[in-house]
Design a protein around this ligand. Structure first.
Ligand code: MN
Length: 386
């Protein structure tokens, strides 16, 4: 089998083959054995869904583009191949302007899930881009989902009729791309656009933890992508609250040697905590970034590293211990701590302790202290401004 065959089969007549630069695809393509593996996986997924009439597809909390695109792709697959009525649900807030633009422009069929009792058939749930008991989805810990598809490290407790967890992949959207490929179905343009954006945003334009499979998925999808819509998603119009949040984040930014971060205080949505982490990590001299913000009685913590061997996911678990839930990958991770019932002063103290502990884990001594990133603010601004 040549490298081109799976692609030709996949997109069928719908695609003008001149739009693909095959020389780029060949490099990342895989053997016929791998293609067989994909077909077997698709068969396994369909087997697990056999007899199911309707399914709740559950994205992770405060869903990101990877989670949303992957959920939409699973819905498409199961509806087309098995006639299963799928509903995509999520909890939390879609805060980031890019993600809101994605939902709007691509008309993603998603619904907020408020009280979890609305899941009537606990068995018929698919968790996408998350796993049971990860603390990152609203699904009750005691129920076993039917399907789990994810690219975070496999948790020991993860059990389902179908588990497909591939930690080597940069995005869950890439896993869904491979199911689509095996199915021979051509994704509609909006779905292809969602998946491509899921891959590119999760891997920071294929630069962060992207595997050859992620590159291959992106290239395979790209000819189908609605380019103008993609640009509108990647460069969204921003609300005033965004600028306020960035202003606060900069005023409160700190650093110590190669570590940068910011304490954001109360935030409008948890997304801003990771967004600021990405923003500050751009600092040319920094290797680590930690941001903390509080939203609805939860402290959210984001970690980033420029170091390929950082093991950020492991580090944040160590950092929070039994205090909270945490997870992530090598260069990016996140966690949260329930602070309901705590006074604002206690929350502040806890944040302080987490930051100190973070420096300690990184090997800095006890007396290490963060200093303001912006040392001399513009004298025209009063320091009381914050
Ligand atoms: Mn993901």
């Amino acid at each position: 089998m040549t490298a081109r065959e799976p692609f030709a089969r996949m997109w069928g007549k719908g695609l003008n083959s001149r739009t693909i630069d095959w020389s780029m695809v060949t490099e990342a393509s895989e053997s016929a054995r791998a293609a067989g593996g994909r077909a077997a996986r698709l068969a396994g997924l369909l087997e697990a869904a056999r007899g199911v009439k309707s399914l709740n597809i559950c994205a992770h909390s405060n869903p990101d583009p990877d989670s949303l695109a992957s959920s939409a792709a699973l819905k498409f697959l199961l509806e087309q191949l098995a006639g299963i009525k799928c509903r995509i649900v999520y909890d939390g807030v879609i805060g980031r302007a890019e993600n809101q633009a994605m939902v709007k422009h691509l008309r993603l069929p998603i619904r907020p899930l408020r009280p979890i009792r609305h899941v009537r058939r606990p068995m018929n749930v698919a968790l996408v881009d998350t796993q049971p008991r990860s603390g990152n989805n609203p699904y009750p810990r005691s129920y076993k989902p039917r399907i789990v598809i994810d690219h975070h490290p496999l948790l020991k407790s993860t059990e389902a009729a179908w588990v497909d967890v591939r930690p080597g992949y940069g995005a869950t959207a890439t896993i869904l791309f491979e199911y689509l490929e095996a199915s021979g179905l051509t994704p509609p343009a909006r779905l292809a656009t969602a998946l491509a954006y899921g891959v590119s945003s999760e891997t920071r334009d294929l630069g962060r933890e992207a595997s050859p499979e992620d590159v291959r998925a992106y290239l395979g999808l790209f000819p189908l992508v609605q380019k103008k819509i993609l640009a509108q998603i990647e460069h969204p119009r921003l609300p005033r609250s965004y600028f306020t949040a960035i202003d606060r984040a900069l005023h409160r930014a700190f650093s110590y040697r190669n570590v940068i971060g910011s304490k954001l205080g109360n935030v409008d949505s948890p997304d801003i905590v990771s967004e600021v982490a990405d923003f500050l990590m751009a600092h040319e001299r920094m290797t680590w970034c930690i941001t903390i913000g509080c939203f609805q009685d939860q402290i959210y913590i984001s970690l980033r590293s420029t170091n390929l061997k950082a093991r950020a996911g492991r580090l944040i678990k160590k950092l929070l211990g039994k205090q909270g839930t945490a997870g992530g990958h090598g260069q990016m991770a996140g966690g949260q701590v329930d602070v309901s019932g705590m006074t604002p002063a206690d929350v502040k103290l806890l944040e302080e302790r987490i930051l100190q502990r973070f420096l300690h884990i990184l090997g800095h001594n006890e007396s290490a202290e963060f200093r303001p990133l912006i040392v001399r603010p513009d004298p025209e601004f009063s320091p009381d401004f914050v």
